[in-house]
Design a protein around this ligand. Structure first.
Ligand code: AMP
Length: 440
């Protein structure tokens, strides 16, 4: 016998039968939102060329990638996120699609993060990206969809942490700081290394004013979005370009507030995100009792052109489905339940197995999830087995039923017991379905 590890690689998870329904319902909610908001779903391979992410994903992501070589010496990676692959599509195969183009995805992503609560090495993103619009309505739509998702999956206590790296970039650009340096500085800010970020601005800026302004933004206390934006605008009144960016954030927040409760939107002026392709609005979502984000995103206007496509603005976000699943079960105490059949067909004698096999098929034809016992058991054992599987209806088939070409259908919640002729099953089984119809 070969000894193989029975656990998956460290930080990766099997999704077990009792977990699948909850995972599936999160994915289905994402797909429902694709339909409701007009996003077309796409799929890309989990393996991409290294360069796709090397261009602009940022040091944080690059240092946590699974990188390997194929037999031809090509450098490949397991995708750490989906925005770059989607931008690759928009730069290539979809470059001629009419704009705006809304794309959605559900995809597993891989990062060599240190495994801990909510941080896995393989996790699912459910994402939405809009290309071809610079309008604040596109940014605001991202928040609205996230808000819609959270309500639909039963998360009620959450807030949006919003920011705008356009404000920082405007200050740095005005002071002649190159884009690459800006990315590094924003990366420092993202990791909480505020003083180092300020020090770099001081060193690289052509004038002293920039460092002061940068600090002013980074140090400004977080608060309810509109009020905080207005306070900061008053402070930065002389920095025209930074104020224009703040005005953009204000419009986004105002639009989002048409749907999202305004009190849930908190502006953090010092907020930056790890991915260096962000150029404007950014946000993350936090749930009560979870110190890490349930998802996030932002605007990345330069990404498509950077990877060789036409100049195309973009904004989007990813919902951290794996983290949300953990949040639901560990923090909100949602109890995962495995799928169970609606009906269990149980032959009671060796001679009734053939007939039971056929009868089970009639139930399925009618759309009733039906499991078949493959051997004969006594009625009391059949009941025990049906209960263990979580079946609501038990269909008993003994010698008598075989002779009369009927089945005994018993509601295990005690409401009825009926005898159906086999040719009636297809019609009558519908009554068992309630709201649980499968395959319709
Ligand atoms: P990011 O691409 O880093 O902005 O990630 C978006 C969301 O994906 C985060 O807010 C998390 O909810 C989720 N996420 C990121 N990294 C991980 C991870 N290692 N394990 C589980 N979820 C993650």
């Amino acid at each position: 016998m070969v000894k193989v590890p029975l656990a998956p690689p460290r930080g990766m998870d099997d999704i077990l039968p009792e977990e699948i329904p909850l995972h599936r319902s999160l994915v289905e909610t994402v797909r429902l939102l694709f339909r409701l908001y007009g996003y077309r779903e796409v799929e890309t391979p989990p393996v991409e060329y290294y360069e796709l992410f090397a261009v602009k994903s940022g040091q944080e992501i690059l240092s946590h990638m699974y990188v390997f070589e194929d037999v031809h010496g090509r450098r490949l990676v397991l995708r750490p996120e989906m925005t770059a692959p989607i931008a690759r599509l928009v730069a290539g195969k979809l470059s001629r699609s009419p704009r705006p183009i809304r794309l959605g995805y559900v995809a597993d992503c891989y990062r060599l993060d240190e495994p801990q609560w909510g941080r896995r090495r393989r996790f699912y993103h459910g994402g939405f990206e809009i290309f071809g619009s610079k309008e604040p309505a596109a940014d605001a739509e991202c928040m609205v969809i996230f808000d819609d998702f959270l309500r639909r999956v039963g998360i009620r206590d959450y807030y949006f942490k919003v920011g705008h790296v356009g404000v920082h970039r405007a200050i740095m650009s005005a002071a002649g700081i190159e884009d690459d340096d800006q990315d590094t500085i924003l990366g420092l800010l993202d990791r909480g290394r505020v003083e180092e970020a300020e020090e770099s601005v001081r060193k690289l800026a052509k004038d002293r004013e920039a460092a002061t302004l940068f600090k002013e933004v980074a140090a400004h206390p977080a608060g309810p979005a509109i009020e905080t934006i207005d306070e900061l605008m008053a402070k930065l009144s002389k920095a025209e370009r930074a104020c224009k960016e703040l005005e953009n954030l204000r419009k986004i927040v105002k639009l989002a507030s048409q749907v999202v409760e305004p009190a849930r939107i908190i502006y953090y002026p010092g907020f930056a995100r790890g991915l260096s392709y962000y150029t404007g609005f950014i946000f993350e979502v936090f749930g009560q009792g979870a110190e890490i984000a349930l998802g996030g995103g932002g605007r990345y206007d330069g990404l498509v052109s950077l990877i060789g496509g036409p100049e195309t603005p973009g904004v989007g976000f990813a919902i951290g489905l794996t983290r949300i699943m953990q949040y639901l079960t560990d923090r909100l105490m949602v109890k995962p339940q495995p799928d169970s059949p609606l009906a269990l067909v149980a032959p009671l004698a060796e001679e009734s197995i053939e007939f039971a096999f056929r009868a089970a098929h009639e139930f399925r034809r009618a759309g009733v999830p039906t499991e078949l016992e493959m051997a004969a058991y006594s009625p009391s054992e059949a009941i025990r087995r049906a209960e263990r599987r979580g079946a609501r209806f038990l269909v008993l088939i003994g010698r008598r039923e075989v002779e009369s070409k009927t089945v005994s259908v018993r509601d295990l919640e005690g409401r009825f017991q009926e005898e159906w002729r086999v040719e009636e099953i297809y019609e009558r089984a519908e009554s068992l379905l309630g709201r649980t119809r499968v395959g319709s």
